[in-house]
Design a protein around this ligand. Structure first.
Ligand SMILES: [Fe+2]
Length: 326
């Protein structure tokens, strides 16, 4: 029997597109509010996963999450969110949400997130995992597990990075998609964006968690993280392209970036995409010492940096995307 998924969103369009997208593989039930969702979960314990929107008129997705985790801690919950709900995402992860997906929903990404959440939940419940049948599958599974471990190391170091890496990944995938990159290329971007700041494991916590503006010395230390990240990934022979993407994600289009001062097309395309996504996320999320910019202000910053910090073609594509989608 197919796994059962409950989708909760007050927007009919989202509910129906998720139903259409998922019903080949899962049995999908939808509902339009938090209270109805809790009622359904109370009377039927056979759901394997819950997808819930943050903003709903009767009960917020966060409130639903809190209540569900009290009665059914093993039910994985995926939060659907919009770009202006950064704070809600932090809260959701704190209260045990398995993951989050940004609206408008990228179907391929959603499938991946669901698969990951379901397989994690099965492991937690101690069910037997499907045995890989070929060497390739075993390698691929080990590889993905290693990526997962690395990602969790970064997140443990600094919870801010979990949200940052996830949003940066969402933006970078959207850019790659708009540039019509192949599925394989988009996969490289997805994996690497999650890992792009792995080098921060080599940076002192004092610097990472500083609540005031960083000193010159702090910046010099922090600037080492792309090279440290590349070194960590060197242990994985399969990750050659990814190593370069991590090394060069702070290069600038005019050659004034670090660590190598590469210029324009010398900077790998993946790193140029990551650089725009990374910067936009940092601007709109803000920092402890810096308040967040509005989307409009962040767009202006991207325009200002176009051709100096960022690849102008990628800035144009990304601004189009922001205006269309978010
Ligand atoms: Fe970075």
């Amino acid at each position: 029997m197919n796994e059962r998924i409950l989708v909760v969103d007050d927007e009919l369009g989202i509910r129906e597109s998720l139903r259409m997208m998922l019903s080949d593989e899962y049995e999908v039930t939808t509902t339009d509010g938090g209270n109805e969702c809790l009622r359904l979960l109370k009377k039927d314990s056979s759901f394997s996963l819950l997808i819930v929107d943050v903003k709903m008129p009767d009960l917020s997705g966060i409130e639903v999450l809190k209540r569900v985790k009290k009665t059914n801690p093993f039910l994985p919950v995926i939060i659907l969110t919009a770009v202006d709900t950064h704070e809600a995402v932090v809260e959701a992860l704190k209260f045990g949400a398995e993951d989050f997906v940004a609206k408008p929903v990228d179907m391929y990404h959603m499938q991946e997130v669901i698969k990951k959440a379901l397989s994690k939940s099965m492991e937690k419940k101690g069910r037997v995992k499907k045995k890989p049948i070929s060497v390739d599958e075993i390698l691929s599974e080990n590889f993905m597990e290693a990526i997962q471990v690395l990602t969790e190391i970064i997140e443990a170091k600094d919870p801010y990075l979990k949200r940052h890496s996830k949003w940066t990944t969402e933006y970078a995938i959207a850019i790659a998609d708009k540039l019509e990159l192949s599925k394989e290329q988009i996969n490289v971007i997805r994996q690497t964006c999650l890992l792009h700041d792995i080098g921060k494991v080599g940076i002192s916590d004092v610097i990472l968690q500083k609540k005031t503006k960083l000193s010159r010395e702090d910046w010099e230390a922090l600037k080492k993280h792309p090279v440290i990240g590349e070194k960590i990934l060197e242990n994985f022979r399969l990750l050659r392209i990814e190593q370069k993407m991590v090394r060069h994600h702070h290069e600038r289009y005019d050659g004034s970036g670090y660590p190598d001062g590469l210029e324009a097309e010398e900077i790998p395309l993946y790193a140029r995409i990551l650089s725009v996504a990374d910067a936009f996320e940092s601007m709109t999320a803000g920092r402890v010492y810096k308040s967040p910019l509005s989307i409009k202000e962040a767009i202006e910053e991207l325009k200002t940096g176009s051709g100096t910090q960022f690849d102008p073609q990628i800035v144009t594509v990304f601004i189009e995307l922001i205006l269309e989608k978010w």
